[in-house]
Design a protein around this ligand. Structure first.
Ligand code: MLT
Length: 262
């Protein structure tokens, strides 16, 4: 494992391959291991792939009760500074997408292109914020078990659930190994995130929007909205996938990224 002292945290990350940099930002409550197939494939196809564990998740500890998207985006910028990467293609899935929105908003000149997977631009409404706070409190008292039980069926498509036990096991393990403090802090950070809907038309880098046809968490309509507002964007809908498109259909996801990057 690589780690770097940036801002007030020790951030864990992978940095593999050489070539133009691609930064992969994982979702919640996961960690950089969700990108294993992408790291292997893209780092052997001409890219330098950097995948951090966002603060509070994976091997990066949380230091506060809330991990904002602003904090996470600034962590990514600080890590890029440390690694002497000026500009990169930034790819985020779900919460990673919220961080990518924040990153391109704060540091537009550092983004060569964007990949937004299973995410959405609007902020949470009041009810969604309340649900996140309830989740955060429950995680702090009960731990992560109930999260795995409650979410696996939404994260993965029926075909994945029926045919890919190794993917189910990896997703379950990532959830169960998440630190409750860090997961609660990320939930609170997502609840506080800003609405990027009106910023979409200002994004002026090539953008690939990816969504699983059967994603109930961030449905296809969310991605169609982003695609309609981001000028230079294309939309890829992946069949037989729900929220974890990159793990459920890695070959299709990797091919899409590779074509986009080249
Ligand atoms: C994720 O996969 O990162 C989460 O579903 C994001 C969210 O809870 O909005």
């Amino acid at each position: 494992m690589n780690s770097a002292r940036i801002r007030e945290i020790e951030i864990a990350y992978d940095d593999v391959g050489s070539g133009p940099a691609l930064v992969l930002l994982h979702g919640y409550p996961f960690n950089r291991s969700m990108w294993r197939d992408q790291i292997d494939f893209l780092s052997t196809h001409g890219n330098r792939v950097v995948a951090p564990d966002m603060r509070g998740l994976g091997e990066t500890k949380a230091t506060r009760e809330i991990s904002t998207m602003d904090d996470m985006a600034r962590d990514v910028a600080a890590l890029m500074d440390k690694l002497e990467i000026d500009r990169a293609v930034v790819c985020g899935l779900s919460m990673g997408g919220y961080v990518a929105f924040e990153f391109v908003h704060l540091f537009p000149s550092r983004v060569r292109a964007l990949i937004l997977a299973g995410t959405r631009a609007p902020a949470d409404n009041e009810q969604e914020k309340q649900v996140r706070e309830q989740q955060a409190q429950r995680i702090l008292t009960e731990g992560m078990n109930f999260v795995a039980d409650a979410t696996l069926r939404k994260l993965l498509a029926p075909r994945t659930l029926a045919e890919k036990p190794e993917v189910i096991a990896s997703v379950r393990e990532m959830i169960l190994r998440s630190d409750p403090q860090g997961a609660a802090a990320a939930q609170r950070g997502m609840a506080a995130r800003r609405d990027h809907s009106d910023n979409l038309r200002r994004i002026n880098v090539p953008t690939l929007v990816i969504v699983g046809r059967e994603d109930p968490i961030r449905p296809v309509a969310d991605s169609e909205f982003m695609h309609s507002k981001i000028r230079d964007s294309r939309l890829e809908v992946i069949e037989d996938a729900a929220h974890m498109t990159n793990m459920e259909q890695p070959e299709i996801f990797n091919r899409g990224l590779h074509e986009f990057l080249t």
